[in-house]
Design a protein around this ligand. Structure first.
Ligand SMILES: [Zn+2]
Length: 340
């Protein structure tokens, strides 16, 4: 099977979702600049008798381990390479422990039927993308270090996702990512801006002691979520965000603005001992249960205008240097303001 049999017949056409594992109406994340004549054609050679290269052949029609080995070999090239594996298909994709140098590693719309592992992997890359990729099993990036701009927009993970202690040295885009069985970024570090806008997290989301700069979580749907002890070096935005379960920002520190406009909290919201350097804005936020702001410190204005709290509000020992705005604030339960 070593005879050259021509070029892989895989063609990705953004207007044909079937070619990249999408459904009608889904967004294709492959950039126009990567296309030639409106499509992307796989440039790989195939062995005789095959139409598709090992990366594009369906998992049950190939030696999956050999396909991953082929990819690992390609990844061991020098740092000038631009790797593109749009629509590649894998059983398990284990790239753990690798030291990868490349201009680009782009696995947009890749489909991993099993688990993806990048544990302990160093990616010295200009650009890393798994946008629109589908991982049916687990996705683990524990202790991974990524130097370049990272795009996980529209990526979907069916099993648990763990990024504990991972470091992202450049901006990260997780817009509209979907995590079906929880996600953990415990003690991870984002050195650049981080965007989770419109992401959906089923199960528990953990950002315990995570370090961020500017971070946007607008329109995210969370169930239980913790940001306990997280540090934000810039501004945070949680506009229209849905906190479906228990939510804690206890002991978190935000250097800049904290915005929670029109966000909705469906269980207890614990902001105990949070420190916000600039304004904290909660206008039109809704709290189905209690809001705890005990020992919180606000360096500027605390805006609770038109906030509705169905449970109790506790602001014991809360400190603020600016104004407290509570125009049309409604608290159905008790308000504890001892030592305010
Ligand atoms: Zn191919």
């Amino acid at each position: 099977m070593s005879d050259a049999g021509g070029t892989c017949e895989y063609v990705l056409d953004p207007t044909e979702p079937g070619t990249w594992g999408g459904a009608e109406g889904d967004r294709c994340f492959v950039d126009d600049r990567q296309l030639d004549g409106g499509v992307w054609r796989c440039p790989r050679e195939v062995t005789s008798g095959e139409r598709l290269c090992p990366l594009h052949r369906p998992v049950d029609r190939k030696d999956d381990r050999a396909a991953v080995d082929a990819l690992r070999r390609e990844l061991s090239g020098d740092g000038s390479t631009k790797h593109q594996w749009f629509g590649a298909r894998f059983g398990d994709l284990d790239l753990s422990g690798m030291a990868i140098q490349a201009r680009t590693v782009d696995l947009s719309h890749a489909r991993v039927r099993g688990d993806l592992s990048l544990d302990d992997t160093t990616l010295d890359v200009g650009y890393l993308s798994l946008s629109g990729a589908l991982v049916t099993g687990e996705s683990t990036w524990e202790d991974a270090i990524v130097s370049g701009y990272t795009v996980l927009a529209g990526t979907s993970v069916g099993g648990p996702a763990r990024f504990d202690r991972a470091t992202f040295e450049a901006p990260v885009d997780l817009t509209a990512a979907t995590f079906g069985d929880g996600v953990s970024f415990a003690e991870a570090r984002f050195d650049g801006e981080c965007t989770f806008n419109s992401a959906i997290v089923g199960g528990e989301a953990a950002f315990s002691r995570t370090t961020f700069q500017d971070a946007r979580f607008n329109g995210v749907k969370f169930e239980d979520v913790t940001f306990d002890g997280a540090t934000f070096g810039g501004d945070i935005e949680f506009e229209g965000t849905r906190f479906g379960g228990n939510t804690t920002f206890a002991d978190a520190t935000v250097s800049g603005l904290a915005t929670f406009t029109a966000s909705a909290f469906f269980s207890d919201a614990d902001f105990t001992s949070i420190t916000v350097g600039d304004d904290a804005r909660f206008p039109r936020a809704k709290f189905t249960r209690s809001l705890l702001l005990d020992d919180a410190r606000f360096g500027s204005t605390l805006n609770l205008n038109r906030v509705e709290i169905d449970g109790d509000l506790s602001v014991e020992r809360m400190q603020f240097d600016g104004e407290l705005q509570c125009f049309s604030t409604k608290v159905a339960g008790e308000t504890s303001i001892e030592s305010l």
